[in-house]
Ligand binder design. Structure first.
Ligand SMILES: C[S@@+](CC[C@H](N)C(=O)[O-])C[C@H]1O[C@@H](n2cnc3c(N)ncnc32)[C@H](O)[C@@H]1O
Length: 344
């Protein structure tokens, strides 16, 4: 079989994607059915850590294990309210990934953008209006172009797994821990190594739902004072189209990974960028989190809930007359430029 026919075949039979209706829940159900004293046993922390490893070892084989740390109170672990996963769980009304229309390169071995025949480098260049000359990543696989959507080489590309345009798809490589904070609930902290600017940290994973479903869930979440919804409404999707409306939303409430514990900071050290791998549907990027600056050992990792600092249409709305309305609460990020309020 030739590479061309193999590739054509794969486009017809894309890899299976995860369906929200199949989200596992037996472990949460079992633990939530236990009496309170059993649920509060310190050993539950190890069960939580083991569940993380069990559910992610296939998609982030090189990732250092995540520890759950709590020196603040006696909660052994975060609430058992979600399935830990790096996958995107599609609800029934969200289309399957579009593999048919993927742009893919024919490079053998590692892509060499200098040769001018790498379709993936050309596509990335177009998206960046020629301001970068090849991929979104530098030779150390760190993000070098923070303003643009990222297009990685994909399953239908001929290049090898070690191509430098394959970063998000290889999963997390940095150490992060889920740690209880004094006044913001659980948060995410760096391990004992500095995380350099541009390093990939993780995917904001969860259920992929329609905007209409997101609106409905949002009302309930606002009432409960905690939301894990993230609209896929990046600048490159809206630009030049005044009638554009949000089509999809990621909800990390029922499914998600450590990124659902990232707290807000008015002076963030990371941000979310749209990244496409095995998906030609422009409205369905992955939400890939990269370090905006060097993150020091043991520093809390936070993004701005108001949007990407480079994205001019950051979502800084809300009721100015009543800054602590139903969707906002007092910000405790402690930054010198703190605006005083945060989305709940
Ligand atoms: C997506 S969750 C982040 C994880 C959360 N801390 C937890 O324990 O699950 C968002 C919630 O975290 C809290 N939070 C995040 N950043 C905050 C900040 N800068 N100040 C106060 N609360 C914050 C708020 O309760 C907010 O509704």
């Amino acid at each position: 079989m030739s590479w061309r026919s193999y590739r054509a075949n794969l486009a017809n039979f894309p890899p299976k994607h995860s369906l929200a209706k199949n989200l596992p829940h037996s472990l949460q159900d079992l633990i939530n059915s236990m009496d309170e004293s059993s649920r509060r046993l310190l050993g539950m922390r190890h069960v939580f850590e083991a569940a993380i490893l069990e559910n992610t070892s296939a998609d982030e084989p090189e990732a250092p294990p995540i520890q759950v740390i709590n020196d603040v109170d006696d909660d052994p672990a975060p609430p058992w309210e979600f399935h830990y996963s790096n996958q995107m769980w599609h609800t029934d009304d969200v289309p399957a990934p579009d593999m048919q229309n993927l742009v893919s390169c024919k490079c053998i071995g590692k892509c060499d953008p200098k040769k001018g025949n790498c379709a993936c480098a050309e596509r990335q260049k177009q998206q960046a209006n020629g301001t970068i000359l090849d991929f979104a990543y530098d030779r150390n696989r760190r993000l070098k172009a923070f303003e643009y959507p990222i297009f990685e080489c994909n399953e239908l590309c001929a290049c090898g797994d070690d191509c430098r345009n394959r970063v998000v798809q290889h999963g997390r490589m940095v150490t992060v821990n889920i740690t209880k904070t004094v006044d913001k609930g659980w948060g995410v902290f760096a391990g004992n190594k500095r995380i350099p600017t541009g390093t990939f940290i993780g995917i904001y994973a969860g259920e992929l739902i329609t905007d209409a479903e997101g609106e409905e869930r949002g009302i309930k979440y606002d009432q409960s004072g905690r939301t894990y919804l993230f609209d896929l409404d990046f600048h490159h999707l809206k630009s030049g189209n005044p009638n554009w409306t949000t089509k999809y939303v990621v909800d990390a409430y029922h499914a998600g990974n450590f990124t659902r514990f990232l707290n807000h900071s008015c002076d963030p050290n990371c941000s979310l960028y749209p990244c496409y791998v095995n998906e030609a549907n422009i409205d369905k990027p992955h939400l890939a989190i990269f370090a905006l600056r060097d993150i020091e050992p043991f520093e809390e990792i936070c993004f701005s809930y108001w949007g990407n600092p480079n994205d001019l249409d950051g979502d800084n709305d809300g009721d100015e007359e009543n800054p602590l309305d139903i969707v906002h609460s007092r910000c405790k990020c402690g930054a010198s430029n703190c605006t005083g309020r945060v989305f709940k």
